[in-house]
Design a binder for this molecule. Structure first.
Ligand code: DP6
Length: 316
């Protein structure tokens, strides 16, 4: 028996930062993201193996196997058959580009397919979210909202891909592994940042503003709240002990170029996750201009452009 599932990474516009329950990996705050269409992870699972095995982009990765195997257990059960898992992505997985989101979203869909489990999308999203909080959003297309509920998350698409096409230009400023993983960094923030509680309390207001902007297709309002929410999340990290600063000089240069484009009348805004890469979100008619401006910055190693895309699904 074998199946292949495809999932796309997603980029949060209102960020998930902090856990209310680390045991079950439940987030402290809701979040809103966009699912990318042109970047993908394909996960192929076969059940004729002697023991679980994992390869990522044609390299054996026993180091990553325990986290994937635990995720497969939550879907197919602890007594499942051994699985041979082959994962391929068309973007650099070490680049802080939410490869864990597309990987775990693809993993739950493939594991359900190969083990014959009929689970609804929200159930799959909850299982993906247990492995990595942001992965829950990659089950859905377009603009996606994740809300906290008692003991679980509710996830839904609030606008589809075609009704408001946006472009995302990703500027890679370093491919070095990050110094602190996001899960650990969230815990340091929760324990030590004087801004953490304020961050959690203010999230409902940012979610409301972003949701309203998306429903109204109001680009400027979405830009304002997304940049605010991103900089607020990084302020929480900067004020933690020890401080966590993921940016490099090129990250700041990218932000300044986005500011310059904005003052030239280009509809674009930036967002940055737990890494030094900058994602510039723009209306599609500006995508080439934004890409060229980002590519010209010293220290930008690679630029990728994507439209919005669909939720995780089985292929073939
Ligand atoms: C900054 O989903 O990687 O990208 O649940 O610990 O696996 P874990 O965290 P993860 O965190 C993502 C954090 C973020 C913001 C976001 O995607 O919402």
């Amino acid at each position: 028996m074998h199946v292949t599932a495809r999932a796309h990474p997603n980029i949060a516009l209102v960020k998930y930062w902090g856990k209310r329950d680390s045991e079950r990996n439940l987030p402290a705050v809701g979040s809103i993201s966009i699912t990318l269409g042109d970047l993908w992870t394909d996960m192929h699972i076969e059940t004729d193996a002697q023991a679980d095995e994992l390869s990522v982009n044609d390299e054996p990765r026993p180091d990553l196997l325990p986290r994937i195997a635990a995720c497969l257990d939550t879907v197919a059960g602890d007594d499942r058959r051994p699985m041979s898992v082959t994962s391929k992505s068309n973007f650099p997985v070490a680049a802080g580009l939410a490869s864990s989101a597309s990987s775990f979203a693809a993993a739950v869909v493939a594991a359900a397919g190969v083990s014959g489990q009929e689970l609804c999308r929200e159930e799959l999203a909850n299982l993906a979210g247990r492995a990595s909080g942001s992965a829950a959003r990659s089950l859905y297309e377009g603009f996606v909202e994740l809300e906290n509920a008692p003991d679980r998350v509710h996830v839904r698409s609030i606008r589809d891909t075609s009704s408001w096409p946006l472009s995302v230009v990703v500027a890679i400023t370093s491919t070095l592994p990050k110094s602190v993983g996001s899960g650990e960094a969230m815990e340091v923030s929760r324990r030590t940042s004087p801004f953490y509680e304020r961050w959690v309390d203010a999230q409902a207001d940012d979610l409301e503003r972003a949701r309203t902007a998306i429903l109204a297709r109001d680009f400027d309002a979405l830009a304002e709240v997304a940049e605010h929410n991103c900089l607020k999340m990084h302020s929480v990290m900067w004020a933690s002990r020890p401080p966590m600063v993921y940016w490099n000089a090129a990250t700041l240069d990218c932000m300044q170029v986005v500011r310059q484009l904005q003052s030239d009348g280009v509809s674009v805004f930036f967002t940055i996750d737990a890494g030094p890469q900058v994602k510039a979100i723009c209306l599609p008619e500006y995508a080439d201009q934004v890409r060229d401006a980002m590519a010209a910055i010293d220290g930008v190693e690679q630029v990728m452009t994507s439209g919005l895309g669909e939720g995780a699904h089985l292929l073939g």
